[in-house]
Design a protein around this ligand. Structure first.
Ligand code: ZN
Length: 272
């Protein structure tokens, strides 16, 4: 069984010390997949310092050299891997970035080029801002050959670009829902990789302020019972001592099983 960690929103506004505070003592054991924003927009968000809330300006990652050099040091040390997390992460009047931006293809292309050249990172994963993707947004991600690491993605064929694997994958998800006694409205994380024609998808368990240790352990045990894997997703900027404690406890719970392997999120998509 594979266990991974994803952390969202690393960008121009991130201080390396913020990431060190959360992951020191953890990323030596398990690389953290940093879902990174190449040109973060200054807008009203708890992830953005208040001084930038009204700026309306997109800040390229490379304008924070202290962060860039820290990331370039942590990458070869295997403390982190880098995923693409939108382009500006801005909210549009009609929805989140990858639901409502008019140019998702360009955003994926430019975002990848920017992160690859600034960080020299191999990037194979896209994490949608706010876990939200329109059909067009999903087509952009698929077109770039990226795998999708999300949390609440919709599997219903009517909400996805058409392809042959959509219907059988939807049935797999439906069977899992029925076997676990869930209705259509109950939250659910499907614990196995879903493979499509050109990409694959995997769902994460959120660690946010309302999350309990018990809920995550239950999610881990359910994934385990179904022969699946487990990925935790959080935001460094809201990890306080309580959430840090839960993260440690869940990892300790997983580590009790001898077949559990702590892996980089990219390995969730591997065959083994
Ligand atoms: Zn985000």
């Amino acid at each position: 069984m594979k266990v991974a960690i994803r952390d969202d929103d690393t960008c121009y506004f991130t201080a390396p010390a913020d990431l060190e505070r959360v992951y020191r003592g953890i990323w030596e054991r398990i690389p953290v997949c940093l879902a990174t924003i190449p040109r973060a927009m200054g807008y009203r968000s708890p992830a953005v310092p208040k001084a930038f809330w009204e700026s309306g300006e997109a800040f390229a990652l490379e304008r924070n050299p202290e962060l860039v050099s820290a990331l370039r040091e942590w990458l070869p040390a295997r403390r982190i891997t880098i995923a693409l997390h939108g382009y500006t992460h801005e909210d549009f009047p009609g929805g989140w970035e990858f639901q409502a931006a008019p140019d998702p293809d360009r955003r994926v292309r430019d975002g990848l080029a920017s992160l690859r050249s600034t960080l020299g990172a191999d990037i194979s994963i896209f994490v949608p801002p706010h876990n939200a993707l329109s059909k067009q947004g999903m087509a952009a991600v698929r077109g770039a050959g990226l795998n999708l690491l999300g949390s609440f993605l919709s599997f219903h064929p009517s909400r996805r670009p058409f392809e042959l694997r959509t219907v059988p994958n939807w049935w797999r998800v439906q069977r899992f829902r029925a076997r676990t006694g869930r209705t259509r409205h109950d939250p659910m994380i499907f614990p196995r990789v879903l493979r499509y024609g050109r990409h694959a998808e995997f769902g994460c368990h959120s660690l946010i302020p309302g999350t309990t240790r018990e809920a995550l352990v239950k999610g881990f045990e359910e994934a385990r019972a179904f022969g699946g894997d487990f990925c935790l997703a959080t935001h460094y900027w809201e990890v306080d001592d309580r959430l840090r404690g839960i993260l440690e406890d869940v990892l300790a719970h997983a580590a009790r099983y001898t077949d559990v392997r702590f892996v980089a999120a990219e390995e969730l998509f591997g065959e083994q």
